[in-house]
Ligand binder design. Sequence first.
Ligand SMILES: Cc1cc2nc3c(=O)[nH]c(=O)nc-3n(C[C@H](O)[C@H](O)[C@H](O)COP(=O)(O)O)c2cc1C
Length: 177
Amino acid sequence: MARRVLILFSHPALHRSRMNAAMMAAVQELQGVTFHDLYEVYPDYRIDVTAEQKLLLEHDVIVWQHPFYWYMAPSLLKEWMDVVLEYGFAYGEEGTALRGKAVMSALTTGGPEEAYQHGGHNRFTMHELLAPFDQTAHLCGMTYLEPFILHAVNRCTQQEVQAAALKYRVRIQQLLA
Ligand SMILES: Cc1cc2nc3c(=O)[nH]c(=O)nc-3n(C[C@H](O)[C@H](O)[C@H](O)COP(=O)(O)O)c2cc1C
């Protein structure tokens, strides 16, 4: 059976976005994909925990898509993690609801790839900086897939933006297979 993919999209300024907007357009109509724009649904940060947990149960693969903000996710995705990944649901003795699912980070950065290395401008590798996401997935019994990362996106030409969005579409299609 084909897998179902839930994209939890977090961008507080979508009207100013180039890359994430193009990525969104490239995947949101794919069959089997639920594109869930958290800032659109919860502009007041009052997350409907029951509805979000139900969505998680209905999908096999979760994607955390967002621009990299201060070496992490925009704050609404963090809030989503805080309130949705509850004890007894996502972790703890009875908290087995997410076991066996997979999760992937899909993110865009302003910084170039070479800045994300030891001795580089940002001092740490992406792998190191994404450790909280990786460990969150692990604690919930989910497999943390190889992240999809686009670097230096603000320097991209319109053509490069389109090419990158297509690459994202291919990755999402692989998750659906
Ligand atoms: C508040 C804020 C924090 C940011 N922090 C980072 C950062 O830590 N590392 C980085 O490489 N880029 C950072 N950026 C740049 C964004 O990641 C970049 O503008 C974004 O990925 C562009 O995607 P978009 O076209 O979809 O908006 C930051 C931008 C903003 C507005």
